[in-house]
Design a protein around this ligand. Structure first.
Ligand SMILES: [Zn+2]
Length: 248
C-alpha cells in the first residue's frame, strides 16, 4: 500500500479494531435486553454469508498460487483441525439461541470454542493481508461485522449466566483477541516463507468454510428460518465478492 511504512502496525490496528467491534454485541445485554432468536439467527446468517464469501475468495487465491494440491490439502487439514476443536470443546453442540440451557461449564467451553474459531479466522485474515494489504483491510471490515453477529450469541449466553455490562463486552472482545494476534503473526512471518502463502490461504479458506457449515449456518437456520437465512447468506456472500471486485 503506497505511503504505509509499517504495514505490521496497520494490520495490528485494523485487526484490533475488527476484534474490538465485537464489544457492540454487548449493548443489548448492557440495556437488559434479550436478543430475539430471529435476530440472532439472522445475525448468524449474515456472518455465514460473509465467511462463505471470504472463504471462496481465499480458496480462489490459494488455487492460483499452488496449482491445487497444496491448497486442497491445507483446506482438508483445516477442516480436520476444526472438527477436532469441536470434539475437544463440544462447542458446536451448544446452542447460543437457547442460552438458558447452557451450564456454567458449557459456557466456558463455548468461550474456548469461540476463541479457537477466531484464531482460525485470524490465520485467514493474516494470509489475505500478506497477499494484498488493501484487499485484506476490506476483508477485515467484513470480519468486524461478523464478529458483532457472532458476539451477540456469546453475549446472550453470558447474560443468561448473570454476567453484566462491561464484563460482557470485555469477555466477548477477549474471545476474539486470537483473531488479531494470529493475523499479525501470520502477516509478519509469511514474507520470510513466501512458498507457504498458498498453503496458508488454503488453510484459512478451509477453516472458514468448515466453521460456516458446522457452526454458523445451523444456528442461522434454527433462528432465522430457511427462506430468510438463504436470502441473507446469498446477499452477504455476493456483496463480499462484489466488494473485492470493486477494490481491484
Ligand atoms: Zn466467525
Amino acid at each position: 500500500m503506497v505511503g504505509v511504512e509499517q504495514p505490521v502496525s496497520v494490520v495490528l490496528a485494523v485487526t484490533v479494531l475488527a476484534a474490538g467491534a465485537a464489544a457492540l454485541a454487548a449493548l443489548p445485554a448492557a440495556f437488559g435486553r434479550r436478543v430475539p432468536a430471529l435476530a440472532l439467527g439472522l445475525g448468524y446468517a449474515l456472518s455465514t454469508g460473509l465467511m462463505l464469501g471470504l472463504g471462496f475468495l481465499l480458496m480462489q487465491r490459494a488455487l492460483e498460487r499452488t496449482g491445487g494440491l497444496l491448497a486442497v490439502a491445507a483446506a482438508l487439514f483445516a477442516a480436520l483441525y476444526t472438527a477436532w476443536t469441536h470434539r475437544y470443546t463440544g462447542g458446536d453442540a451448544l446452542d447460543p439461541l437457547e442460552p438458558e440451557a447452557i451450564s456454567a461449564i458449557e459456557g466456558y467451553r463455548l468461550m474456548i470454542a469461540h476463541g479457537l474459531h477466531a484464531a482460525s479466522e485470524g490465520v485467514a485474515l493474516g494470509a489475505a493481508m500478506a497477499l494484498d494489504l488493501q484487499l485484506g483491510i476490506a476483508l477485515a471490515l467484513a470480519m468486524a461485522v461478523q464478529n458483532v453477529c457472532e458476539g451477540l450469541g456469546l453475549a446472550s449466553v453470558l447474560a443468561a449466566r448473570g454476567v453484566r455490562g462491561l464484563d460482557v463486552a470485555i469477555l466477548v472482545v477477549f474471545s476474539d483477541a486470537p483473531q488479531a494476534l494470529l493475523a499479525v503473526a501470520v502477516f509478519a512471518v509469511l514474507p520470510e516463507w513466501p512458498g507457504a502463502l498458498g498453503g496458508v490461504l488454503g488453510f484459512g479458506a478451509g477453516a472458514l468454510l468448515f466453521l460456516t457449515l458446522t457452526e454458523t449456518l445451523p444456528a442461522a437456520y434454527r433462528g432465522g428460518g430457511r427462506a430468510a437465512t438463504a436470502a441473507v447468506v446469498s446477499a452477504a456472500a455476493g456483496a463480499l465478492i462484489l466488494l473485492q471486485a470493486v477494490v481491484h
